[in-house]
Design a protein around this ligand. Structure first.
Ligand code: FA5
Length: 352
């Protein structure tokens, strides 16, 4: 340790040692040298403290000498640090050359979007291009929105078309009527129309629930609802939109077929089929020989529904349709059992 006493002499020793040792130091040693020489408790600081014992006349010259020594040591440290970096870089460049033409390493298991999510995104995109915006509604729904406002009062026989999961509210909870897991996305029609005046152009994708379970019916599945209300909307607008919707999803060669059907919230109502993707319309087991598969329900919004949301059926009219997204994904992927989508078997999902 440097002590006060003969500062000039000691400074000379210290500098000489620094000039010898720093240029030969490795990276770790260099840091140790810096701390030992320049640190707060280092040798140079000790020398500075010792200068208090010098006669007043000698102090300025001694202080200047210590400062010059500090500058020199710092320069030595910087030079050595840069030399170490240069040496490391040279070693790196001198090592095995990198072949930039080699193929990249393959990622063993790459994830992908679920076929149902892909189908849903594609459908929303097709509708967005036609000017529809996305609207959302809750999956746990009031009976009122799911049935009653859609022209299905309690005990209406059409409620049996959708076997329903009812939800028991927590004890003591006050609710505006019975609660259920929504059986279709049609309640979003009501919520949207109650919230704003016409015109309305929305689509609403989401999960729905029914007491169903077989190869083409799942207890949880996905629908997308489409609603268009404006002045002078006709069945022709519905047919044209369905045509563009189906061709946008499956391709230009696909056709839609409308069959009269009954849904209490539309009049007239229709069930809509598309060309069977398995046989391309020739007739097969999946389409039971008809060349078509049913994918959605549609119709012109019933005047009673328009009145229930405060719209005037003399002023505006509209069409709506509700489509099974899983069915569309199934047809597009060539799968004949819907349940495969929900078993999460990676071997299946990678192929679908
Ligand atoms: C409805 O749900 C009506 N809300 C559709 C509608 C909307 C009609 C607007 C008129 C106006 P439906 O119960 O037929 O209709 O179901 C519509 C589609 O959902 C069916 O065509 C089918 O593709 C699909 N779907 C129905 N049940 C299931 C199920 N359990 N699993 C998978 N897909 C189903």
């Amino acid at each position: 340790m440097v002590t006060a006493g003969q500062p000039q002499l000691l400074l000379g020793d210290l500098l000489e040692r620094a000039r010898r040792e720093i240029p030969a130091a490795g990276a770790d040693e260099l840091e140790a040298q810096r701390v030992r020489l320049l640190g707060r408790k280092g040798e140079l600081s000790a020398l500075l403290r010792g200068m208090g014992a010098l006669p007043a006349g000698e102090r300025p010259a001694a202080g200047a000498a210590v400062n010059a020594a500090r500058d020199e040591i710092e320069a030595l440290l910087t030079a050595r640090r840069e030399a170490i970096l240069r040496e490391a870089r040279a070693a790196e460049l001198g090592g095995a050359p990198i072949d930039v033409t080699l193929p990249g390493r393959r990622i063993a298991a790459r994830g992908r979007r679920h076929p149902v999510s892909e189908a849903q995104d594609d459908l929303v995109e097709i509708l967005a291009r036609m000017g529809y915006e996305v609207a959302e509604g809750p999956e746990i729904e009031l009976d009122y929105y799911n049935f009653e406002a859609l022209n299905m009062p309690p005990d209406h026989p059409a409620r049996d078309m959708q076997d329903t999961f009812y939800v028991r509210p927590p004890a003591g909870a006050r609710t505006a009527g019975p609660i259920l897991l929504r059986t279709h996305t049609s309640p979003v029609q009501i919520r949207t129309m109650l919230a704003r005046p016409p015109p309305v152009r929305i689509c609403s994708p989401g999960k729905v629930y029914r007491r169903d379970d077989d190869p083409t019916h799942s207890p949880m599945f996905h629908q997308i609802e489409v609603l268009c209300v404006d002045r002078d909307i006709t069945f022709g607008h519905l047919a044209g939109t369905l045509d563009a919707f189906v061709r946008g999803f499956f391709g230009e060669d696909f056709r839609v077929r409308l069959r009269p059907s009954y849904f209490p919230f539309v009049e007239p109502g229709a069930e809509v089929d598309v060309t069977c993707t398995f046989c391309l319309g020739k007739g097969c087991r999946t389409c039971k020989g008809s060349g078509f598969v049913e994918v959605l329900g549609a119709g012109l919004v019933h005047p009673r529904v328009l009145r229930a949301v405060g719209y005037d059926p003399e002023e505006v009219s509209g069409f709506a349709f509700g489509c099974g997204i899983d069915r569309l994904a199934m047809l597009r992927s060539g799968i004949d059992d819907l349940r495969l989508f929900f078993e999460n078997d990676l071997r299946f999902l990678e192929q679908a």
